[in-house]
Write a protein that binds this ligand. Structure first.
Ligand code: BGP
Length: 485
């Protein structure tokens, strides 16, 4: 069997405003959560400074200056043959404080020009409404998504942009990697939620205090409502618009065939993937939610109308990021000795990147099948790629064969899933142009087909150049995923 990628398959790349735009305070933009995060490294967490500290380096402030160079960058995407470009709108360019009386015209016009530039080349914009940033003013005043007031702010923002860009933008995602909120690590980037001093102390001891878990799960509930209302509104504005959710694709294997590990892995995917996926796709919490809330001391404020709102705002497609897989164990000894990180315990069968993320193309096929089994709506892989250090040769060339190998194997896995019968709409690899890492704030963790001359300390010309992977990906797109050599 050699089923091909469907005609019209959406090949392209993905970015996020706070990781590439820069111009953090230009043309009326407000301060966002990303703007108060310092640089970090693989072994050094990024700091959140409650005020901007003079002399501290904040990677988002200039990033790769895409705000001023978007025409050059989109021309390069077009040269690769992109059919789609996934980007996010900085909420703070439209509503600098979240609840401003009127939207900021300069912000609206900026994105209109950017979308028109994409359309000029026949590139379909795929827009994330909130990608790891929100107005910091909403955090200061009411701790971000922990408070229901954020719902109205988001819905007004979503409605404003969806109306403004009617006819220009057909595909939207509501929240980037919304399920990161199930994890303490994702609370600020994903939900603008800060722990109290007491909670922070417990987190520093490696705990996840009940009160903080409560804030995050309430935050998630508020975001689900906001997403559902945005979906409903978008469909009313233009029935042609397709709305998607966006999750971290969590692929979790049992560490051993011990039934206790198998069950632990199942539970991990239930909370990791299906808790958020079900609310978005089925419009209701899954069967296991109640027990989870009870056992974790989570008490949600669910209003009588909420159930109806969630039902009325089901998404049209399911999108997710996929970088790595992890293992789960029920054995405390393994838990303390196996090593690992964000994605789970380290899998002894897999190699890992320099940042410790295991490389597992088979996991992508596994996850595509698992998600399609459950949801039966079109899927899209909207992030995937290898964060790696690149070396620029004396003649300026960059031979990033490791990146080509990584992406090739993942495209093969997607093709297998298509042959399995999965309805897959498209693929946008992450960081198609080098940008700031979300996790570490570094520049040297590069994902791009396009190199950007800038280092971790902010030095460099910001000049763009084509890596070997640029020419390779161009061939992949031109052959609709057939020519992978
Ligand atoms: C996802 C985020 C992206 C992105 C990517 C790579 O979680 O949606 O914003 O940055 O991961 O992660 P990192 O930048 O930490 O390498």
């Amino acid at each position: 069997m050699n089923k091909k990628f469907p005609d019209g398959f959406l090949w392209g790349g993905a970015t996020a405003a706070n990781q590439l735009e820069g111009a953090y305070d230009e043309d009326g933009k407000g301060l966002s959560t990303a703007d108060v995060m310092t640089g970090g490294a693989v072994d050094k967490a990024r700091r959140i400074t409650k005020e901007l500290e003079p002399g501290t380096y904040y990677p988002s402030h200039e990033a790769i200056d895409h705000y001023h160079r978007y025409k050059e960058d989109i021309a390069l995407f077009a040269e690769m043959g992109f059919k789609v470009y996934r980007l996010s709108i900085a909420w703070t360019r439209i509503f600098p404080n979240g609840d401003d009386k009127d939207p900021n015209k300069a912000g609206i016009e900026h994105y209109r020009a950017l979308f028109e530039e994409c359309r000029k080349y026949g590139i379909e914009p795929l827009v994330t409404l909130s990608h790891y940033e929100m107005p910091y003013s909403m955090v200061r005043r009411w701790n971000g998504w922990a408070d229901r007031r954020s719902i109205d702010c988001f819905v007004r923002y979503a409605e404003t942009v969806i109306r403004e860009y009617k006819g220009l933008v057909k595909y939207y995602l509501t929240f980037n990697e919304i399920n990161m909120l199930t994890n303490a690590f994702g609370s600020f980037m994903g939900g603008g939620i800060l722990p109290s001093d007491e909670e922070q102390e417990a987190i520093n001891r490696g705990e996840d205090p009940v009160s903080f878990k409560n804030k995050r799960f309430q935050g998630l509930h508020n975001m689900f409502l906001a997403s559902a209302l945005a979906v409903k509104t978008a469909h009313e504005i233009d029935p042609e618009i397709k709305m998607g959710c966006m999750l971290v694709g969590m692929c979790q294997y049992p560490y051993t065939p011990n039934p206790a590990d198998v069950l632990a892995a199942q539970e991990s995917m239930q909370i990791g993937d299906y808790y958020c996926g079900d609310v978005h796709v089925r419009g209701a919490y899954p069967h296991f939610a109640e027990r989870y809330w009870k056992e974790n001391g989570i008490k949600l404020d669910i209003k009588p109308d909420d159930t109806r709102i969630l039902k009325e705002g089901k998404v049209d497609f399911f999108s997710f990021s996929y970088y790595s897989s992890g293992c789960v164990s029920a054995d405390p000894e393994v838990l303390s000795s196996a090593g690992g990180g964000l994605h789970g315990l380290k899998n002894p069968y897999l190699e890992a990147s320099d940042w410790g993320w295991t490389i597992d193309p088979t996991g992508l096929r596994y996850l595509l099948n698992a998600l399609y089994d459950r949801y039966q709506i079109p899927l899209m892989v909207v992030e995937n790629g290898l964060g790696a250090v690149d070396t620029v040769e004396a003649d300026g060339s960059i031979h990033d064969t490791y990146r080509i190998d990584y992406i090739r194997e993942h495209i093969k896995a997607m093709k297998q899933a298509v042959e399995d019968g999965v309805d897959l709409m498209g693929y946008t690899s992450w960081g198609c142009i080098d940008l700031v890492s979300a996790g570490t704030g570094e520049m040297k963790k590069r994902y791009g087909y396009i190199y950007v001359d800038k280092d971790n300390d902010g030095n460099g010309t910001l000049d763009r150049s084509r890596k070997d992977s640029f020419f390779w990906y161009k061939k992949v797109i031109a052959s609709n995923g057939e020519d992978l050599d």
